[in-house]
Design a protein around this ligand. Structure first.
Ligand SMILES: Cc1cc2nc3c(=O)[nH]c(=O)nc-3n(C[C@H](O)[C@H](O)[C@H](O)COP(=O)(O)O)c2cc1C
Length: 61
């Protein structure tokens, strides 16, 4: 919990650059802004949300 939002997303981007397989970015994506920015410029195909959806299942709406 002490880590900054999206702290491991750069690793997902690096993996995406090394493979043609779909890559999912994950890790403390808590704001719509970070979610949209990750999908637009983070180099990943999908994002996953865990604690965010545990806290608020309606968050994606
Ligand atoms: C307290 C805690 C324990 C976790 N333990 C594991 C684990 O043992 N194995 C694992 O693969 N992922 C573990 N995770 C990662 C989660 O399964 C999940 O991938 C991660 O929390 C997703 O990021 P988010 O919750 O920030 O959306 C853990 C996460 C938290 C917060």
């Amino acid at each position: 919990m002490a880590q900054p939002d999206g702290v491991v997303l750069p690793y997902a981007k690096a993996i995406k650059e090394a493979t043609s397989l779909p890559v999912i970015g994950v890790g403390k994506i808590r704001t719509p802004e970070l979610a949209e920015r990750t999908l637009a410029t983070g180099g990943v195909d999908f994002i996953a949300l865990r604690r965010t959806l545990l806290a608020d299942p309606d968050w994606p709406r």
